[in-house]
Design a protein. Structure first.
Lengths: 362, 362
DNA sequence: CTGAAAGCGCTAACAA
DNA sequence: TTGTTAGCGCTTTCAG
């Protein structure tokens, strides 16, 4: 479809050093303008053009001037790719994500915040959310981009952290044990306590939990927070009241239905994430259970949809954007070769009070 | 997860060529694993490795098998960059944005939606929101990535559309006249009419507008929609009631203050975007004007913040994500060489009713 | 001060 | 079936 009409069979016209007689019309060519073409057009060698572009010493002012003019006229811009291949430094940082969804794009905004004014460029890469690629996408993406395209990378929600790249890598919300990577995470445990304590203060004592994907650290920590809060209140946890929703809507619906259909159903539910909480809301409606009148629900994440829920969801908010910012600051410091003291940061979460919680029915 | 305990690390048989004593134990090397290393480790030539990787014919099953194993063991992954430089086709599409903010990230999600299952990978690129780079960032970004890294690109909110790239490019929400580029935009005019008509139906007759950045097409169209709706209702527009807020908070505050301080202040304000509407809400609060009791406000965009406003903002919603999807569908078709019939699409907007509008005070 | 030449990691003719 | 060779666009010694 793309014809390659690069006229490289045109012998570059000889030009004197004075460069006065450059009367070539040379309209902006079709397609990509290469350094080759600039050189030919300016009547100098490729390396001279390169020097001019990179401001290297050893080029006469006249030449610089002339070449610069030609570059402007042709609208030449160096290819990031070709340059990356040759150089070690690229001045680009990468954000690697499994897919572009609410969480990762929010992180992305934070990264963008932090990158402003640093002179770095930003590339976000996703392998397209391939299902088969789920396992080890972080490793693949990293090897694909790192050391050639980017100087460092922020890995969003990686499930494996033993990656080895030859540049700095910082993980945001890592999901595999105590990571070997510098990381920024939300304080899941504290957040969960916050959510459950809110329920406790309201007077609830029979509180169920829809747990998350047990293989993820965040899910485990949230469950742990739930247990701790209950224990601190001197309450026993009833394992029967803790079905798993796997962090996703369908499973959560099943879990919620199970929980809310019980004769001794809880008066409040703490969900491992907003998606699960939303599913709970739906099931409650289905079952004719009023929220928050007969049932209180607390979520986790504060995704945009949670505001729009009916009723608006009370939830634990993660400072997602902030996480992106901190990760980037760490990354830039690491790239700069500074030694960063705190390589594993945990950011506090906060409770967002909306309308899905109330005191238990009397 | 998967430890390789396969003892196939048998030292490759004899190596011809100048291969000196090639009894390297070669544990997974530090840093990037290159094809070179795989070849050496497998005792074959680089091109053979390349053939194996790309599934080219002409390699014995045994060799394929052996090389594959070595690749796995070494964790080799082809460099996107090097490959891009060589090939014309990369199987990557790019999204070029000025910066990662709410609008562009929403578009990004749409693009990601559309890219799922197509086998394409996705790269989003931002020059880092450089202020000095504002002018012509689209041209620069395009030449930097296009034809080397990506097969085609989606340009988000470009201010210049006469870009020339040697691959397909689709613009989303282009801001410069009838674009020369295939484009997807929201129906700004219709949206504005929708917003103003809502106010009209409520009974307002004295409706002011905070206009947008006059150099942007979207702003002009929204203003045009306002005028048309007013005209259709048989109402004259008072030019004094149309200060510019430039699409941004600070200027909008000034504009709103001007508007609301008038003795004959309007009973309703249509703002060119949500940022301006939010600013208006703030000024109203400052001035002790009740919304929606004494003043109705309608915005445009439906950014996330608009739900959280006090009161929640009634606004015109753009199908941003959908725009990203359509643009991507177009782009993929273009890349595939299909001829796309409708190269300039306009998507309808819709009114989101919330609590910032009410009938005018009597 | 300028240009020729050697690659960066990879693919694709073309030879062997 | 395999290896050799020539680049993709660029930077960088190192001679002229």
């Amino acid at each position: 479809m793309k014809l390659d009409s690069t006229p490289d069979d045109v012998v570059p016209a000889l030009l004197g050093g004075g460069g006065a007689g450059t009367t070539m019309p040379a309209p902006p060519l079709r397609g990509r303008v290469t350094m080759q073409q600039v050189a030919a057009e300016a009547g100098v060698s490729i390396s001279t053009v390169s020097k001019v572009i990179n401001g290297r010493y050893g080029v006469s002012a006249d030449t610089v001037d002339h070449v610069t003019r030609v570059i402007d006229r042709l609208g030449y811009e160096a290819s990031l790719i070709a340059r990356s291949l040759r150089n070690r430094r690229t001045n680009v940082v990468g954000v690697l994500v499994m897919d572009f969804e609410p969480f990762s794009t929010e992180v992305l905004k934070g990264v963008a915040d932090a990158i402003h004014g640093t002179g770095y460029e930003l590339i976000a890469y996703s392998a397209g959310g391939h299902v088969e690629a789920r396992e080890g996408w972080e490793r693949r993406s990293l090897t694909r981009l790192m050391a050639t395209l980017v100087d460092g990378a922020v890995l969003v929600t990686p499930t494996v952290t033993d990656v080895q790249a030859d540049g700095p890598v910082v993980a945001v919300d890592p999901q595999a044990g105590p990571s070997a990577l510098p990381a920024v995470a939300a304080h899941n445990l504290q957040g969960a306590r916050l959510g459950v304590e809110h329920l406790l203060e309201l007077g609830h004592t029979r509180i169920g939990m829809i747990t998350g994907r047990s293989d993820l650290m965040s899910a485990q920590q949230r469950e742990q927070g739930y247990r701790e809060a209950m224990a601190a209140a001197g309450l026993d946890v009833d394992e029967a009241l803790m079905p798993s929703g796997g962090f996703e809507p369908d499973l959560s619906q099943v879990a919620a239905r199970e929980l809310l259909s019980r004769a001794d159903r809880p008066t409040a539910v703490f969900a491992a994430n907003d998606l699960s909480a939303l599913a709970t809301l739906e099931v409650a409606r289905e079952l004719g259970i009023e929220v928050p009148g007969q049932l209180s629900v607390v979520g986790f994440d504060n995704i945009p949809e949670s505001v729009l829920a009916e009723p608006p969801l009370t939830t634990v908010q993660q400072p997602i954007r902030r996480m992106g910012q901190e990760a980037t600051e760490m990354l830039l410091a690491l790239i700069a070769g500074e030694d960063v003291h705190d390589l594993d940061r945990t950011l506090d979460t906060s409770l967002v009070l909306r309308s899905s919680t109330a005191p238990p029915p009397s």
